[in-house]
Design a protein around this ligand. Structure first.
Ligand code: OF8
Length: 121
């Protein structure tokens, strides 16, 4: 690859930002927009060892924390898994997390990625 590493990083950053926006659109109620607080979810910080939310993911993208698509997908899955761990299955949070996880994995699956990557410069 003749491109300089930081150019690759920019391309990755652009791809991750695009994917993040597509995932956020699947959360219109913004249940995953910001960190869950113990105030709205009792004992959350005691039960969930590694909290994650879309705002944190956005900051990680901007600070080049993700050096691969897999690292980004891992945090997205962590965010959904946390919600399906803390919340009971009949809650809107659990159901929203399950739907979001499936939508997200389709977005970042090999099929969809092929088309995305072919569109890159
Ligand atoms: C994502 C999650 O687990 C969550 C988000 C929320 C939430 C998110 C935005 C506004 C209000 N509540 C929430 N409330 C109670 C229990 C769990 N949650």
């Amino acid at each position: 690859e003749t491109k300089k590493p930081n150019e690759n990083r920019q391309t990755l950053q652009q791809l991750l930002t695009h994917l993040l926006r597509a995932l956020e659109r699947r959360d219109p109620q913004q249940l995953f927009a910001w960190p869950v607080t113990d105030r709205i979810a009792p004992n959350y910080s005691r039960l969930i060892s590694k909290p994650m939310d879309f705002e944190t993911i956005r900051r990680n993208i901007q600070s080049n924390q993700y050096t691969s698509l897999n690292a980004f997908v891992a945090d997205f899955k962590l965010m959904c898994d946390n919600a399906m761990t803390y919340n009971q299955p009949e809650t809107i949070y659990y159901k929203a997390a399950k739907r979001l996880l499936h939508a997200g994995l389709k977005l970042t699956g090999p099929e969809k990625l092929k088309t995305l990557l072919s569109a890159l410069p």
